[in-house]
Design a protein around this ligand. Structure first.
Ligand SMILES: [Zn+2]
Length: 334
């Protein structure tokens, strides 16, 4: 454990398999009525690690004769690296689980959860596919993700949260008021936590220190994402961002500006590529290959997310047009 700020502790969960299971941050706002922000992974090994770290924090408090009692746990959003540990942590530590209505709707059971990341419509936007092949592929893909999340993430669902909280509300933690507010973009039900007096923002997946937040269908929305980042910029007294992956950000405004600039540049890059191919058009695959010329196939697959969202955005803004022929999808400038 690591005290990132007086009475705020970071517990790091290990990752595995590169980007498939990223290292995850769980935060403990410690005190007499403390809270855990983000539940992390739920495998036995991951939970054991969290317990061990919590024990250390408890002993550190005991040694100082200070109160240490955790009462609640609140995830930042309904992605499995953030909620899989909820059940086990609740049961073993006797915590109350707090969710927003939107999160509760996603993580209440297997069906709602897997439905929440069905991106079939978006696949159609980029690729012409044989219906039978698609069905077979989707079947195996779903089976694969079920097995993967079960074994690697220890995912478990929760249909009886102890408290449903409004997306825009105040929460009292150790006698201090923290603001919970919606910050959609990366996904629809993302919330952030802010304490103005301390200037501390828990940004979840929205702001990361050195990597770009994943954006992709069906959950993400680029316009919402930009609005959320702009909203962070307006937080009075913002001094420190505590992220869900990676280390804390001590220069929040600089990082937020970088993120806004990066999104703008990415959009311009896609537009430029399409303009370069104004005569014959360019396929989505062609666009991705141009942007990530020397990168792995895995990265190409990951990048499809933001590329499709950007293409849709440009098309909605009437800056590009999409042309579908019998076996090809091509993009042209307007
Ligand atoms: Zn996420």
């Amino acid at each position: 454990m690591f005290e990132v700020y007086p009475d705020i502790f970071l517990i790091k969960e290990e990752g595995a398999l590169g980007a498939a299971k990223p290292p995850e941050n769980i935060y403990v706002i410690a005190g007499s009525n403390g809270i855990i922000y983000d539940a992390g992974y739920g495998t036995k090994k991951d939970i054991k690690h969290v317990f061990k770290e919590l024990k250390e924090i408890e002993e550190y408090y005991k040694a100082q004769n200070k109160d240490f009692r955790l009462t609640r746990i609140l995830p930042s959003h309904s992605h499995p690296d953030h909620f899989s540990g909820l059940n086990r942590l609740r049961d073993s530590l006797g915590l109350k689980t707090i969710l927003t209505k939107k999160m509760a709707d996603v993580i209440r059971d297997k069906e709602s959860f897997y439905k929440s990341f069905d991106a079939d419509d978006f696949e159609d936007y980029l690729r012409i596919r044989n219906k039978v092949k698609r069905k077979i592929r989707n079947f195996f893909r779903l089976l694969g993700s079920k097995l993967f999340y079960q074994h690697m993430y220890g995912v478990s669902f929760l249909d009886d949260p102890d408290e449903i909280i409004e997306e825009n509300s105040d929460i009292l933690i150790n006698g201090e008021t923290w603001k919970i507010f919606p910050s959609p973009g990366h996904c629809k039900d993302h919330i952030s936590l802010y304490n103005e007096q301390k200037g501390i923002l828990f940004s979840g997946d929205n702001v990361l220190r050195s990597i770009t937040t994943w954006l992709g269908p069906p959950e993400s929305n680029i316009n919402d994402y930009i609005t959320s980042i702009e909203q962070f910029k307006k937080l009075p007294n913002l001094k420190l961002i505590l992220t869900a992956h990676g280390s804390p950000i001590e220069n929040p405004h600089e990082r937020l500006d970088e993120i806004l600039k990066h999104r703008k540049e990415r959009e311009q890059q896609v537009l430029n590529i399409i303009h370069k191919h104004s005569e014959r058009g360019i396929s989505p695959k062609g666009i991705i290959k141009t942007i990530y010329a020397n990168e792995s196939r895995f990265l190409h697959t990951v990048a499809r997310g933001w590329v499709v969202l950007t293409l849709k955005k440009l098309e909605n803004n009437n800056q590009i047009k999409r042309q579908v022929t019998k076996n090809k999808i091509l993009f042209f400038p307007v």
